[in-house]
Design a protein. Sequence first.
Length: 242
Amino acid sequence: MARQEVLLLAMTKMRSGICAAGFTQHPDPVGGLRWVRPVRPFGSVLPGDMTDPNGYLLRCCDVVELDLVAPRADPPHVEDWLTDFVHHRPRLLRRLEGERRARFFARHVDRAPEDVMVRHSRSLCLVQPKRLWGRFSLDAYSGKYAAQLGFVLPGDTPPPLATPAGGIPVTDLKWRALGRVWLEGKGGSLEIDDETVHERLQADVVYLALGLSRSWQGKHWLLVIGVHVVPDYQVEINLSAL
């Protein structure tokens, strides 16, 4: 595939680094555009790998140039592509913003999220929940921080497409940074519901990028890897406190 333009829809926290994913310009019959997840030959992608030559950590809705060397499908992670981060640094081309961003998300909601959530035949999708809820929590003693979101998708969708009452982990760097701001740096927890999210962020609509984890305890766990609010919101990401 060589050098490709990729619209980043996920920049997430992992135990040993970060994970990024997004759309290429290649068509896809389900999501409209083809997903890719850049990976290294060995180990996790690091923040430095997704930093441009000027020291800018790339963000969701950045359109970037990546050198995608070869597919490296590892089912259900069929979207993985071996990427050269050394000889061809990621290059920021432009950002998807404003009305163009709003129209783009509305057009590219996944037509078959059950492929990811139930069948595990692939690992990335974009959905528009009809209702969501969640929680941020910070243990003041251990410093352990967590973010969860639960949601229900449109239509008469019974479980397992409806997430558990307690939600699922959110690894999105920006959403996790927002939770720390809302917790005001203090220990404790904050419960949020659909109305709270829309009011506090003045959101018209919220889209979620979903992904499956690598195998852990014999399972691939569902994660929220991108929270995309329209209109967008701003928050500073501190790499030392993800």
